[in-house]
Design a protein around this ligand. Structure first.
Ligand code: GDP
Ligand code: MG
Length: 298
């Protein structure tokens, strides 16, 4: 009998929160566990601003996965909102998967990293990710220094089945929290907006760092091709000109790449109607943050 199977049709279910600094590989691991591209991954830190929920269901268990937007110092309002969302995801968790980058060595305790006064109630699993980047002797040192940690590579999948089993073993006995066929409670509209933003970040390099938000204003699955109208928000006119590019070349290229990604998400042809708008100082403006779906404070 494996760790996750229980006698007599008893199931386990609970909330699993992925915690860790930006860029340690939370989204990559989430996608590997759920087996489908849900949360965007990016070379750049802080690309996940909202907590994305993936749901992984088998006959024996259900994991409801929360991806935290990153635990950072609050330097301005956007980061405060991100931090508050991350903390809520920690408080709600039955199991916390605390991820760190193997190249950074021994991670600080979660309470310190997340600046918490009280340790969260969920079962804590310390996970060292990106083991594929370490030379064998360094990897061995780290394994000896952290005998209770899990060592994985979200990229290659090494150690992920064992981690998944450890997560399941720590889920409470419970009926399923969501219908079995639900992969995610987030709407396609949200994921489409994330894909447009991911594509813009990929194509813009360092020119417009993090000043990009994206909102899908219309998503019509009743049309063929599926009609999606999306707005990219930037903070300044100069950034708008950069995104549009000479004779609109840049925005066309972003639109084509993003359309391809949205087509694989919805499994149908898509017409992407893409616009760029200036919303000055949206990062500092609580009203704008809420419009973009970030909860500010509490
Ligand atoms: P997040 O900010 O914690 O959600 O991190 P992401 O999942 O977006 O990953 C950040 C970067 O690290 C991306 O370029 C990933 O491809 C890369 N990455 C994630 N997991 C691994 C891993 O196990 N090994 C290596 N080499 N790179 C990884
Ligand atoms: Mg992420």
């Amino acid at each position: 009998m494996s760790a996750e199977s229980l006698p007599g049709g008893v199931t386990r279910a609970g909330i699993v929160t992925l915690a860790g600094k930006p860029n340690v590989g939370k989204s990559t691991l989430l996608n590997r566990i759920v087996g489908q591209k849900l949360s965007i991954t990016s070379e750049k830190p802080q690309s996940t601003r909202d907590r994305v929920v993936g749901i992984y269901t088998t006959p024996e268990f259900q994991m409801v996965l929360l991806d935290t937007p990153g635990l950072l110092e609050p330097q301005y309002r956007l980061q405060e909102a991100m931090r508050a969302a991350a903390r809520r995801a920690l408080e709600d968790a039955d199991v916390i998967v605390y991820l760190s980058d193997a190249r950074e060595g021994t991670p600080p305790p979660l309470t310190e990293a997340a600046d918490l006064t009280v340790a969260p109630g969920g079962h804590l699993l310390t996970v060292i990710n990106k083991m594929d980047t370490l030379p064998p002797e360094r990897a061995q040192e780290l394994r000896l220094a952290l005998p209770h940690a899990h060592f994985i590579s979200g990229l290659t999948g090494e150690g992920v089945p064992e981690l998944r089993a450890a997560i399941v073993a720590n889920l409470p006995e419970s009926p399923f929290l969501y219908p079995e066929d639900e992969v995610s409670t987030q709407s396609l509209r949200f994921f489409a907006a994330e894909l447009v933003r991911e594509t813009a970040l990929e194509q813009l390099g360092e020119e417009v760092p993090y000043s990009v938000a994206c909102v899908v204003e219309e998503f019509r699955e009743d049309r063929s091709p599926v009609y999606v109208r999306a707005l990219i928000y930037v903070e300044r006119e100069s950034q708008k000109r950069i995104i549009i590019g000479a004779k609109g070349a840049r925005i066309r290229s972003i639109g084509e790449a993003a359309r391809g990604k949205i087509e694989s998400l919805v499994g149908a042809q898509v017409y992407l109607d893409l616009w760029v708008k200036v919303a000055s100082n949206w990062r500092r403006d609580a009203g704008a943050l809420e419009r973009f779906g970030y909860r500010v404070g509490g």
